[in-house]
Design a protein around this ligand. Structure first.
Ligand code: PMP
Length: 416
């Protein structure tokens, strides 16, 4: 087997320099654990930034991939296969009939249709293209303006980047789409002032992921809903990071009680295979015609069948109950750390999308946690972000928090 140095050196020589990777080569995983080249074990609080919700090497996912790979991996969207319509039906049912779960409300999208992409970013691109078509239909060419939130993250293609309210991602790539207005999260006045009849979409993450785990208030989401209705604009929720179970409800909007017109999802949906989707209410969905949007890979038989299996496992193994229970425990622990540790400020989020805002830089803590056999992740310089697999148990939280407390104490001592 190659050494760490050989692997890192090849990348240094041949890859675009886009990633500041941790010095770790991962070779295999099982459940909530990952293993490196020396077969050292790491407890995973990252899940591939929210992708590996079923942990690693889930036996049902492995079996499904094996079976389907031997039958049919790809067919062009020129043809039908068995699983794309079935997955769309399942997703449309989920957004329209929220399962009774702790904290869930009756927010429902009603009759819907889905489109499958290869990534979250593409799901956002498709969503805003659809909103433009629907907007033009009711308000002509002028109805093209998009509203997004400061501090948000929606992806890195030109459309998604134009909606991303963070200079660090936008810098160097201007000009972006010109028709975007940004308002502050939870700023009702700013929101009211920014939406008018030329607005075709309001796009937001109900819980900011990359932005540092900040929630939109129910009041703010409700006002977005009311304004979108009044001005016949599409309310688009980016649930790529916070959706599909992470909040303890299958869609985050069910926890907030406000339904969007279009919801974008991706990350965990095909258990690690690339798949994204946007799901649109019928009155928006019917604005598009054959030939106006499409993709080569999106919605193939392997990814769609695995996604159906993913959703079945989440239901049958009652994983949302676990996310709620262990998420509450994680939140208690993080809140206690925020109260007691001078190096920590605030615990935010819910379920398995949580963050701890620190008084000190977060990345060195994440670096040091590697030596302790724990994978954390940081965002926005001072936030440690927790996006664990839905299989995480309280004993794993205990291990993670032990390491975190030890490292926070160490940082305080170094700073003193
Ligand atoms: N929106 C949100 C909220 C995200 O968290 C991400 C990915 N971090 C994206 C969009 C982009 O998704 P992808 O990387 O799959 O294109």
């Amino acid at each position: 087997m190659k050494t760490f140095e050989q692997i890192a050196d090849l990348e240094r020589r041949y890859l675009l320099g886009t990633y500041a990777r941790y010095p770790l080569v991962l070779t295999r995983g099982k459940g909530v654990f990952l293993y490196d080249l020396d077969d050292r074990r790491y407890l995973d609080f990252v899940s591939g930034i929210g992708v590996n919700a079923l942990g690693h090497a889930h036996p049902r996912i492995v079996k499904t991939i094996r079976e389907q790979a031997a039958k049919l991996i790809h067919v062009s969207n020129l043809y039908y296969h068995e699983y794309q319509g079935a997955l769309a039906e399942k997703l449309c049912t989920l957004v329209s009939r929220p399962p009774a779960a702790a904290g869930s409300s009756e927010a429902s999208m009603g009759a819907c249709r889905a489109f499958f992409s290869n990534s979250g970013t593409e799901a956002i691109e498709g969503s805003i293209k659809l909103a433009r078509l629907a907007g033009h239909r009711v308000g002509g060419e002028a109805k093209c303006r998009l509203l997004a939130l400061e501090g948000s993250y929606h992806g890195r293609t030109f459309g998604a980047l134009s909606l991303t309210g963070q200079d660090k991602h936008r810098k160097g790539f201007e000009p972006l789409l010109q028709e975007v207005t940004f308002v502050k999260r939870n700023d009702l006045e700013g929101l009211r002032a920014a939406v008018d009849d030329d607005t075709c979409a309001i796009v937001l993450e109900p819980i900011f992921g990359e932005g540092g785990i900040y929630e939109c208030s129910v009041e703010f989401l409700g006002e977005c809903r009311a304004l979108a209705d009044r001005h016949r604009a599409a309310l688009i929720f980016d649930e790529i990071q916070c959706g599909l179970g992470r909040t303890g409800t299958i869609l985050a909007f069910q926890a907030f009680g406000v339904a969007p017109d279009i919801v974008a999802i991706a990350k965990p949906i095909a258990a690690g295979l690339p798949l994204g989707a946007f799901i649109a209410k019928e009155e928006f969905a019917n604005a598009i015609s054959p030939g106006q949007h499409g993709t080569t890979f999106g919605g193939g038989p392997l990814a769609c069948r695995v996604a159906l299996e993913f959703l079945a496992i989440v239901e049958e193994e009652k994983l949302l109950d676990n996310v709620n229970k262990v998420g509450r425990y994680l939140n208690q622990e993080l809140t206690a750390i925020a109260e007691k540790s001078p190096a920590a400020k605030e615990a935010r989020g819910r379920g398995f999308i949580q963050g701890l805002n620190l008084e000190v830089p977060a990345r060195p803590i994440v670096d040091d946690a590697l030596a302790e056999g724990v994978l954390f992740n940081s965002t926005q310089d001072t936030v440690i972000r927790f996006l664990p697999p839905f299989l995480l148990e309280e004993k794993h939280v205990d291990k993670g928090m032990r390491v975190l407390k030890k490292l926070l104490k160490k940082k305080r001592k170094e700073a003193a």
